[in-house]
Design a protein around this ligand. Structure first.
Ligand SMILES: Nc1ncnc2c1ncn2[C@@H]1O[C@H](COP(=O)(O)OP(=O)(O)O)[C@@H](O)[C@H]1O
Ligand SMILES: [Mg+2]
Length: 265
């Protein structure tokens, strides 16, 4: 029943496993994402974040475990899952030759929506692109392009949005602009699962943070809960609260950079 489905979390993942030949990337991943929240899947390069996102968006089949999105099973109800989501990857799907507005109108037309022009104008306004709307996307900065890409992915109002490393490769100003766009999304009730290798991004945006390491979620909680894992360090008379970076490095160890999961059991 629909009511049951809507009472389930926006995303649930249980015992997810995935190997590429001998490389065991996911070794039993569990997490849940509440509706309308921002969830950050944090992990080093090669940890398996994109693999999780590809399974959740039905582009890849898991070897074991279950996953549901918007109450639909990714394996048995793939079409329903696809209608419930949008996926924005690290490499923007923007057509450079078209203007920002034309890009949006095109996607709205492809989705057979009424009044594509109005949809485009609303999204341009929401993502602070109204002034740039008539310009070719090739003239946009990295941050503008990424915002346009996110705006395009929202056409049709999917309840769940996957943002796979939305700010990788962006300069600091552009990152802040994208963060604003992500907050805007969640404020409208959209559930956001974002992957990131940046601790400050998780710290800035996420209601909940899960750290993916060696194929498993090694910790999952709010920023406050994660920080409570480490005792505050007392320096002279000043109490120094641990940062998310302290927590991450303590849990993952200092070989956390460029980590590729091993093939051992
Ligand atoms: N199609 C594939 N075939 C073989 N190995 C892959 C494939 N896709 C990803 N991998 C490997 O799986 C690991 C996890 O990749 P990925 O999920 O892309 O990590 P992340 O997104 O966290 O950087 C990496 O070691 C990567 O090289
Ligand atoms: Mg990735």
């Amino acid at each position: 029943m629909t009511v049951d489905r809507l009472q389930r979390p926006a995303i649930h993942v249980r015992g997810l496993e995935k190997s590429y030949k001998e490389l065991r990337v996911l070794r039993g991943v569990d997490f849940e994402v509440a509706r309308g929240s921002i969830f950050a899947l944090l992990g080093s390069n090669g940890a398996g974040k994109t693999t999780v996102v590809r399974i959740l968006s039905t582009l890849l089949r898991a070897d074991a475990g279950t996953a549901g999105v918007n109450g639909f099973d990714v394996a048995t109800q793939a079409a329903d899952v696809r209608e419930s989501i949008s996926l924005t990857g690290q490499f923007a799907a923007v057509d450079e030759i078209l203007s920002g507005r034309e890009n949006l109108v095109l996607v709205a037309r492809l989705r057979h929506l009424k009044d594509p022009g109005r949809i485009a104008d609303d999204l341009l306004a929401r993502f602070s692109l109204t002034d740039a709307g008539a310009r070719r996307a090739s003239t946009y900065s990295g941050g503008m392009r990424r915002r346009l890409d996110i705006a395009m992915s929202l056409i049709g109002n999917p309840p769940v949005v996957f943002l796979d490393e939305p700010t990788t490769g962006l300069d600091p100003q552009a990152r802040i602009e994208v963060w604003q766009a992500v907050r805007e999304l969640a404020a409208q009730g959209t559930t956001v699962l974002l992957t990131t290798q940046y601790l400050d991004e998780a710290e800035q945006l996420a209601d909940r943070i899960a750290i993916l390491h060696e194929g498993r979620i090694i910790v999952d909680g709010t920023l406050t809960e994660l920080k409570r894992l480490l005792p505050p360090a007392t320096v002279e008379y000043v109490e120094k609260q641990p940062t998310l970076e302290d927590v991450f490095l303590t849990l993952v160890g200092d070989n956390g950079k460029d980590h590729t999961p091993g093939t051992d059991a």
